[in-house]
Design a protein around this ligand. Structure first.
Ligand code: M6R
Length: 615
């Protein structure tokens, strides 16, 4: 989704904004732009394409002097990606400029009113409507920029993070948020504005995260005033120290963030259970669960809401919670749940899973669940994110920043965390024997080492990728705990290589998908030793009989599948419930290497955004 960067202070704004926009590239975008005030003039430069294209253009088009400016990467919602629709947008007078992340839902009616009042529009965007609405309020009511922004936003329906600048008031930037993230980096006599903290991490570790329905007037002379948009009341800025460091958001020698993040999984999983799982003592402790244990064990059911890969993690969790803790679970796409008038009661516990903590549909599902009195628990990766703040309690996955659009370490750390929760509840409810519980903890502790081992198959997987990279379709099959892994494997391939892929429960194959199988269809089958092994082997026989090409994900030392499959990829043996943490690894590597061989943009696949902050 769109990325916002701004600077006001004593340094040159241009390099800070350009480098900041590059750091936000992972969010997904199709055009970029910048507005700089050089002390006399306000200049805008923007283009369809990448930040590198913008950089070239700026150098030809405008002066890069000035210590105040705003920049933007746009992920098109209203209007095609082109130079005109790119942000920043001027107001009709040319005095004001705006950058915007989000959607103004009532822009058509606002535009009609503005057209009646003589305003004209160059772009198809809702954002140009907003900046002219602000200008209209400012001139009609003869108020300062901050007040005009506030009055205008109170007429707006939708979601936004905005930064607005007035060339007649060149010592301030006005920002506001509702539904889209916005952080302010606080330096020595300088401020940085960004969609997340990555653009300003090398300048300051002090950040203020604006809350929904808040706006701020940021002045070059080190003042920041935060107000509630609705009632104008002042808010005390809460400055927090960032725990991230620069290394975490750089590629560290890998060709792509996705590959780096795949290889970070052993440490990310360890970081997720470290301090929470005391194996020798047989203890699992997590404040968010411990403080609310009654709510969990007395819950009628758990409803999991999430999107994409996080939804797949939710499906794995359904197996674990029901199997171990004997609590009924429903897993819902947040986008469906929020609109289908679901039955929710105050005896339900809702678990919202989200890497970014900003996914608009998941956030809306949480709000809906809260209005029905449900207790809502968040499983997020990004600290301080909207979902982390909107939920009653929660736990972080500690995966570290995930920059590649295709989720990898977020998935395995979500499963790790949810496994800990399930084990804890199983223990408290007396659904698991002490020895079994302790055995699970010991086995979970060994997972990082086993993931490390699974990663060693990379060269073999590369060879398989070369063999099948030109296939137009793939089928992924798995059963039980590994059915969601099949879905996840197919999603990974689709999103970064643009090859059509479907995930299915292995036994469902004969109810339809088997018709697709011929000698051109590679079928990736997860056939690890524990859990329905013989049945999956029968499914493999069925594929073989129809000349399908079989890539088996098997337990080390397997002989049966090896005899039938065209290729096998081995993973270490583990408990069935923990096997998704291992079987996922070769599927991530397979899709990564196919996409690289097809020369696709692995970290920023077309049309996709890292965090989907609009509906
Ligand atoms: O940040 P979230 O976990 O809420 O994001 C949910 C999905 O948008 C995300 O998992 C998406 O499906 C990924 N691109 C998958 O790799």
């Amino acid at each position: 989704m769109c990325g916002i960067v701004g600077y006001i202070g004593h340094r040159d704004a241009f390099p800070i904004i350009i480098e900041g926009l590059k750091r936000l590239e992972y969010r997904g975008y199709d055009s970029a732009g910048i507005a700089l005030f050089d002390g006399k003039n306000l200049k805008v430069s923007k283009t369809k394409g990448k930040v590198a294209d913008l950089e070239k253009r700026v150098n030809k088009e405008i002066s890069t002097n000035g210590s105040i400016g705003i920049g933007h990467t746009r992920w098109a919602t209203h209007g095609v990606p082109n130079d005109v629709n790119a942000h920043p947008h001027y107001s009709n007078s040319g005095d004001l400029v705006i950058i915007h992340n989000g959607i103004i839902e009532n822009y058509e009616s606002l535009k009609k009113e503005l057209v009646k009042r003589g305003y004209t529009f160059k772009s198809d965007t809702d954002t140009e409507v907003l900046i002219n609405l602000i200008e209209d309020v400012k001139s009609k009511e003869n108020v300062k920029l901050g007040k005009a922004v506030q009055v205008a936003l109170n007429q707006v329906v939708g979601a936004y993070a905005i930064a607005v600048f007035d060339k007649n008031k060149p010592d301030e930037i006005v920002i506001a948020r509702l539904g889209s993230p916005l952080a302010v980096g606080v330096g020595e006599n300088e401020f940085f504005i960004a969609s997340d903290a990555s653009p300003f991490l090398e300048y300051t570790k002090n950040a203020i995260y604006l809350e929904d329905e808040e706006m701020a007037i940021i002045k070059a002379n080190k003042e920041i005033k935060i107000r509630k948009i609705k009632d104008d009341s002042l808010v005390d800025p809460y400055v927090q120290e960032l725990q991230m460091n620069l290394e975490q958001i750089e590629k560290g020698g890998y060709d792509h963030f996705m590959l780096k993040e795949i290889f970070e999984q052993p440490s990310a999983i360890k970081d997720t259970y470290r301090g929470r799982m005391l194996v020798k003592e047989g203890i699992i402790r997590m404040a968010g669960i411990d403080d609310n244990i009654e709510k969990f064990i007395n819950a009628n059911r758990i409803i999991i809401v999430a999107c994409g890969t996080s939804w797949h993690a939710g499906l794995v969790a359904e197996y674990i919670f029901e199997d171990m803790a004997r609590i009924p679970v429903e897993v819902e796409y947040a986008s469906e749940f929020r609109y289908r008038n679901p039955v929710i009661t105050n005896k339900d516990v809702v678990i919202a899973i989200s890497q970014s903590g900003e996914t608009a549909d998941t956030l809306a599902a949480i709000k809906l669940a809260k209005t029905h009195g449900a207790f809502v628990f968040g499983v997020c990766n990004v600290v301080g994110s909207s979902i982390a703040r909107e939920t009653h309690a929660g736990a972080y996955t500690h995966a570290g920043p995930e920059i590649g659009v295709a989720s990898t370490k977020a998935f395995t750390t979500q499963i790790t965390l949810l496994t800990l929760i399930a084990l804890k509840l199983a223990k408290v409810k007396g659904e698991i024997s002490n020895s079994d519980y302790r055995y699970h903890l010991q086995e979970l502790e060994l997972i990082p080492e086993k993931v490390e081992k699974a990663l060693k198959s990379e060269e073999h997987i590369k060879m398989i990728a070369a063999k099948y990279k030109n296939a137009r379709n793939f089928l992924y099959l798995g059963r039980g705990y590994n059915f969601p892994v099949a879905l996840e494997g197919a999603l990974k391939l689709k999103e970064i290589s643009y090859i059509h892929a479907e995930g299915y429960p292995a036994a469902e194959m004969k109810h339809g998908p088997i018709a697709l199988i011929d000698e051109n269809m590679p079928v990736v089958v997860i056939a690890t030793k524990k859990g329905h092994y013989e049945k999956v082997v029968s499914n493999i026989e069925e594929i073989k009989a129809r000349q399908g090409k079989i890539i088996g994900i098997v337990t080390e030392g397997d002989v049966n599948v090896k005899k039938l499959a065209d290729y096998v990829i081995e993973v270490p043996e583990s408990l069935e419930s923990l096997s998704p943490l291992l079987t996922t690894i070769p599927l991530q590597l397979l899709s990564y290497h196919i996409a690289v061989m097809l020369e696709k943009n692995v970290d920023q696949p077309r049309n996709l955004a890292k965090s989907v902050t609009v509906e």
